[in-house]
Design a protein around this ligand. Structure first.
Ligand code: 5GP
Length: 215
């Protein structure tokens, strides 16, 4: 009796802008190619070096609103003046194929995912301290001073929801955080709740060793 191919895990990763989530996820996928990353749709303009379809699907506000109306998104949220959302089709397809799918999304969206996929794994990535967040946001030079400040204020707001997540990773040493994330996700596959069909079938098969009178 072999266990059927397991559906993949849905993994929600959130963290303040500048906490290093993007780098962490890229490095995780580089080391462990079986993970899949959901590419979100957004109305924000591409940053230098970002590619449509790889980093985001960059869409107009009209197109985004059409995606909402057509129920093409698992969740969406507005973040510092722009819409961001997770297209449904890719996520479902990859989960069915047995891949663990990562959503790198902010907190409002994560809370919506919790309602729809209560079995998802929720991970929050935090910087070791507030100063390093400010330094990283300023240092990457992709946002204006005002935008950096808006993102830091948003981080202060978001910090209220951190403890709603199941797991916390403090991203101090990137390499170590990647390994910790992988170990955490790997362990989720052994959760008893994910193997109900198997345990029921095994229990029933073992019960056949009782004779009719003994049952
Ligand atoms: P950025 O503009 O820095 O790429 O992303 C801003 C924020 O939007 C980040 O916290 C990122 O995790 C979040 N985000 C990206 N895609 C999605 C999405 O599909 N849904 C939600 N709710 N948030 C997203």
């Amino acid at each position: 009796m072999a266990e059927k191919k397991e559906r993949g895990l849905l993994v929600v990763i959130s963290g303040f802008s500048g906490a290093g989530k993007g780098t962490l996820i890229r490095e995780l996928m580089h080391r462990y190619p079986n993970y899949r990353l959901s590419v979100s749709a957004t109305t924000r303009a591409p940053r230098a070096g970002e590619e449509d379809g790889r980093d985001y699907f960059f869409v107009s506000r009209d197109r985004f609103e059409e995606m909402i109306a057509q129920s093409e998104l698992i969740e969406y949220a507005s973040y510092v003046g722009n819409y961001y959302g997770t297209p449904k089709a890719y996520v479902e397809k990859m989960l069915d194929a047995g891949h663990d799918v990562i959503l790198e999304i902010e907190i409002q969206g994560a809370l919506k995912v919790k309602d729809i996929f209560p079995e998802a794994v929720f991970v929050f990535v935090a910087p070791p301290n507030a100063e390093s967040l400010e330094q990283r946001l300023t240092g990457r030079g992709t946002e204006s001073k005002e935008q950096v400040l808006a993102r830091l204020k948003r981080a202060a707001e978001e910090s209220r929801w951190m403890s709603d997540y199941e797991y916390l990773l403090v991203n101090d040493d990137l390499s170590e955080t990647v390994e910790n994330l992988h170990a955490l996700l790997k362990s989720q596959h052994f959760s008893m709740g994910r193997h109900r069909a198997f345990t029921e079938e095994l229990g029933a098969a073992l019960n056949r060793f009782y004779s009719e009178e003994e049952k």
